[in-house]
Design a protein around this ligand. Structure first.
Ligand code: DX5
Ligand code: ZN
Length: 243
């Protein structure tokens, strides 16, 4: 299979990235939904892959990712909530993922999974469930480009933000130091919760319900307003925490 990809990712920086999760989009219209959120100013498109085994919900697999890739100009950020994961990593990279994130809890050989992702030419991410301590990534920091901290239990959109995770964001930000590793947050992100995680050190924010609520491909300006509201709250928190 030929790898279809967008332009290379921009060089690493800590600017705020808004990554709408298409878990909250119209599943019968992913192409138009991806085009709409990019036109309305999102930075990355977050793609939630669920297997009904590692998490209690099923979404879609590599064929769907390859199909939607053609409608994404920028970064396709693929969050794998599947176990086992290693046998499928190559298919998701070939589907055009820029970032492939695996769960630390989903397999016995996290270090190997991360090496595999990078060897295939994608950025490697590791995700931590709310009950997993920050120390889970202590010995793989040189293998990762991104840490995805779950602020809900993975499986569904529209759940409430788990506030105890803010301290984990702070711990991971301190562990990372100057390394070029993004800190991405996933679950219950809104203009109200975004400032908490940005002040603790996050730079990439996934948002499903808070981006797609009230809008549609026929009314995409609502997506734009929702994205702008999260970004404004996040950037204000960044300025305040730097002061
Ligand atoms: C949950 C997914 C999230 C989810 C976020 O398992 O990984 O990306 O779509 O949805 P909201 O923003 O609605 O909590
Ligand atoms: Zn996700």
């Amino acid at each position: 299979m030929k790898v279809s990809k967008g332009p290379p990712m921009k060089p690493f920086d800590r600017s705020i990235k808004i990554a709408p999760s298409i878990l909250s989009a119209d599943f019968a219209n992913f192409g138009a939904e991806c085009r709409a959120i990019e036109a309305q100013g999102c930075d990355w498109v977050h793609v939630d892959v669920m297997d009904g085994h590692y998490v209690p919900n099923i979404t879609f697999g590599p064929a769907t990712c390859a199909a939607i890739r053609k409608h994404i100009k920028g970064v396709m950020d693929v969050h794998l909530m599947i176990a086992p994961v290693d046998p499928y990593i190559e298919a998701f990279v070939k589907a055009g993922s820029d970032i492939v994130t695996v769960h630390a809890e989903a397999g016995p050989h996290l270090d190997r999974s991360l090496q595999l992702i990078r060897s295939l030419g994608a950025k490697a991410g590791v995700s931590l469930n709310p009950s997993t301590p920050a120390s889970a990534i202590e010995f793989i920091l040189d293998r990762i480009d991104l840490v995805l901290i779950m602020t809900v239990n993975p499986g569904f959109g529209g759940q409430s933000f788990i506030e105890s995770q803010v301290e984990k964001v702070r711990q991971i930000r301190a562990m990372i130091g100057d390394r070029p590793i993004h800190i991405e947050i996933d679950g219950g992100i809104t203009p109200e919760t975004a400032p908490l995680v940005v002040a603790a050190g996050a730079d990439a924010l996934v948002a499903g319900s808070a981006v797609f609520k009230g809008g549609s491909v026929d009314n995409p300006e609502v997506y734009g307003r929702n994205i702008a509201a999260i970004r404004a709250a996040a950037e204000a928190a960044r300025v305040k925490s730097a002061a």
